[in-house]
Design a protein around this ligand. Structure first.
Ligand code: HDD
Length: 740
């Protein structure tokens, strides 16, 4: 018997609006969805992967492949009756959902990744036998960028170090270069990693702040533990808030040992150099973006790749003779808090990385990828840097709990492209069906297989370095004790705007600490870097500047450390065009075309969405409205006329120059905000069609550097194209210091 329907209640089968009803095969998997193909000993695909492709067949099924006729209603005793325990589909669906999450990474939890290809130049072949560095050898790669401190759902543009981890699926096995966008590290010995991370993570009682270093425990640790000074200074510099993952350098940090075909060895540091240059946000911008678009970096990377603007980096090495002392020009190469200035050891390009495909599935690829500095290939060996030694343990260990067992190497994104023939067996989530009966050596039952390789058949052979005769102790070498001369070199290498940003960052971060003693200790550390830096931060904190406790090191600046003073390609830069519906739409069309032709991304901003076609010409699509746009999304701003409050374009445009108050009353406040922010953040601004009234109303001086009043849309684009290669209008500083 069925119950009578309840008057007014929704129908149990609401008609669906646009759901297709034709049976269709699912879309074929994208090429990267299956991960690297399993190949046999001869290098031929085994075909084993076909079974792994998700979503085959047109019909919805259970996990066991039984077709389903309904997935929206639990099995019940009548439409209003109790749900039955025997509903196996309900239980399977909910149970699987309950277990969808895996533990996030203990550090670097938030990341974004892309597929790509690495092409060797062959220039490293004299010092390194690794096959993937050979001339024109192409190797598939997967790169994951990340922040360090924040949780998986935290914002992208926080002040933090960025991870830059690359998996090279080489023909000789997988090589992982697990680096950062900062070339030094907080600690010299891995045993202190839990300390620095516990200090940086949110306070254990209230679990705040999220994804920030601006709090007491972080500054307590890094000021007591002065070997962290150099890394902290980089974090406080513009490097801590990159404009884009595409515009960051990457560093292997440690000194590695390269091995040539003849067995000779060379010490080396790895560098990634972005083709688009190294650029940053300003702090106010970064803070606004965290609210406006917490996925700013992730979106930027994915959008650029989808648009075909593939980001590229050159891999380079600094090389040093492999002497027993392992120092270069007095710099200890085993101390990961040191850099070697590029002026002393130039970075030599050895290959090109191009990221050309977005992941198909975030969880399967970006979340499950497992990097490990111990994934090495013949030709690349480690040194005794004590930080690296601990990492060689930690990464393998962490994957076992994060990915649920020791077989994470079989997950598609982690599978090597080189043939794998190990004797590892069983364990959680074993997906391989191993053949043979003798996973041990020596054996006779499997015909002695697998065989051992020699150096001449591609084996990874550790370099037989001599270990110094020494007594066992917990200690660091004396050369690890200088914590201030390298930070001083960094400070001295900065230009005035970069120094102002650093002063602003320390003042902000120490100012956020509650403990007076921590602020005072922070100033003592700064006094040992530079008296002026210390004095300015002390001023901001309202505290006296202490005297240094060590003499100022006599170091030469390294101009290569500064991000300013060079010009870079502008492809992929985003330019906002604020348009009035009844303004110069022809000019907007011309500006769009000129920007597209130059490889930039124009985004038209108007009071409301839809199309602008008031002049009867080709409709101009609106990409952002005043409700969704913010200056922080743009590298440069164009104003094509003055859209007034409520979209009425008339009033403000008629305001006379200089009559800012009248104009301000007419212009939509969101346009005023866009203009004043773009000015404060030292972005190129160009206006035409009378839009100077809006600039004046926003308090932007028309004669300021990087502000152009043009006759047409095309001329306005020409103006910003001359300014963008320097990234920002640096001459505008210090007038815009409030933004630092
Ligand atoms: Fe680490 C992740 C980079 C020191 C322990 N690290 C991780 C990632 C990057 C780095 C980029 C994210 C990889 C990904 O995207 O999945 N880590 C570095 C660099 C270091 C460094 C450049 C110093 C030069 N790390 C370091 C030490 C330890 C760890 C000293 C431990 C002793 N790191 C880990 C970890 C993580 C990790 C806990 C978390 C997730 C993972 O490994 O896979 O094992």
């Amino acid at each position: 018997m069925t119950n009578p329907p309840i008057p007014g209640a929704p129908s149990p089968e609401p008609p669906s609006l646009d759901e297709p009803t034709e049976v269709r095969e699912p879309l074929p998997p994208k090429p990267d969805q299956t991960g690297p193909e399993t190949v046999g000993p001869t290098g031929q695909p085994t075909g084993a992967d076909r079974a792994r492709v998700a979503q085959s067949g047109a019909y919805l099924t259970t996990a066991q492949g039984a077709r389903l006729y309904d997935t929206d209603h639990s099995l019940k005793a009548g439409p209003r009756g109790p749900v039955l325990l025997q509903d196996h589909h309900l239980r399977e669906k909910i149970t699987h959902f309950d277990h969808e999450r895996i533990p996030e990474r203990v550090v670097h939890a938030r990341g974004a990744a892309a597929h790509g290809v690495f092409r060797g130049y062959g220039t490293a072949s004299g010092v390194c036998r690794a096959a993937f560095l050979g001339k024109d050898v192409e190797t598939p790669v997967f790169v994951r960028f990340s922040t360090v401190l924040g949780s998986r759902g935290s914002a992208d543009t926080v002040r933090d170090t960025r991870g830059f981890a690359t998996k090279f699926y080489t023909s000789e096995g997988t090589f992982d270069l697990v680096g950062n966008n900062i070339p030094v590290f907080f600690i010299q010995d891995a045993i202190k990693f839990p300390d620095v991370i516990h200090a940086g993570k949110p306070h254990p009682d209230r679990e705040i702040p999220q994804a920030q270093s601006a709090h007491d425990t972080f500054w307590d640790f890094v000021t007591l533990h002065t070997e962290a000074t150099h890394h902290t200074l980089w974090n406080m510099s513009d490097r801590g808030i990159p404009r884009s993952y595409r515009m960051m350098e990457g560093f292997g940090v440690h000194t590695f040992r390269l091995v040539a075909a003849d067995g000779s060895t060379t010490l080396a540091k790895f560098h990634w150099k972005p083709k688009l240059g190294v650029h940053s946000l300003v702090w106010e911008e970064a803070q606004i973006i965290n609210g406006m678009d917490p996925d700013f970096h992730r979106r930027d990377l994915a959008d650029a790749i989808e648009a075909g603007a593939f980001p590229q980096w050159e891999l380079g090495v600094q090389t040093f003779p492999d002497t027993p002392e392992q120092t270069f020009e007095g710099i200890d190469l085993l101390d990961p808090t040191n850099i070697v200035p590029e002026e002393l050891a130039p970075v030599q390009p050895i290959g090109l990385l191009t990221l050309n495909a977005n992941p198909s599935n975030y969880f399967a690829e970006t979340e499950q990828v497992a990097f490990h500095p111990g994934h090495l290939v013949p030709g690349i060996d480690i040194t005794d840097d004590p930080l690296l030694s601990g990492r060689l343990f930690s990464y393998l260990d962490t994957q076992i709990s994060r990915l649920g067992g020791p077989n994470f190497g079989q997950i598609p994104i982690n599978r090597p492209h080189a043939p794998v023939n190990d004797m590892l067996r069983d364990g959680m989530h074993q997906t391989a069906v191993h053949r043979g009966v003798a996973p041990y050596r020596p054996n006779s039952l499997d015909g002695g297989c697998p065989f051992l390789a020699g150096a001449d058949t591609g084996a990874y052979v550790e370099t037989p370095v001599t270990v110094p005769e020494a007594k066992k102790e917990r200690s660091a070498p004396e050369t690890f004790a200088d914590h201030f001369s390298q930070p001083r070199r960094f400070w001295l290498s900065m230009t005035p705007p970069e120094r102002e940003h650093i002063i602003g960052a320390y003042t902000f971060e120490l100012g956020k600490c509650y403990e007076q003693a921590i602020k005072e200790r922070g100033l003592k550390v700064l006094a040992n870097i530079d008296a002026e830096l210390c004095r300015r931060v002390a001023e901001g904190l309202g505290l006296p500047a202490p005297e240094p406790t060590v003499p100022a090191a006599d170091v030469a600046p390294s101009p290569a450390l500064s991000q300013l003073g060079r010009e870079w390609p502008v492809e992929g830069r985003i330019v906002g065009i604020v348009a009035a519906p009844d303004g110069d739409l022809e000019g907007v069309r011309a500006a769009r075309s000129a920007l597209l032709e130059a490889g930039l991304v124009p985004l038209v901003v108007a009071p409301a969405g839809g199309m602008l076609d008031g002049d009867g010409g080709d409709p101009v699509a609106v990409q952002r409205t005043f409700a969704t746009a913010r200056s922080t999304e743009f590298d440069a701003l164009l104003l094509a006329g003055v859209p007034a409050r409520g979209g009425d374009a008339g009033g403000a445009r008629d305001a006379k120059a200089g009559d800012a108050a009248t104009a301000a009353r007419g212009v939509d406040p969101r346009v005023l905000l866009m203009a004043s922010e773009a000015f404060r953040h030292a972005k190129a601004i160009a206006v035409w069609a009378g839009a100077q009234a809006a600039l004046e109303a926003a308090g932007v001086p028309l004669d300021a550097p990087g502000v152009a009043v043009a006759e047409s849309g095309e001329r306005a684009v020409a103006e910003v194209l001359t300014l963008l290669p320097a990234h920002r209008v640096w001459e505008r500083f210090p007038a815009t210091l409030g933004a630092s």
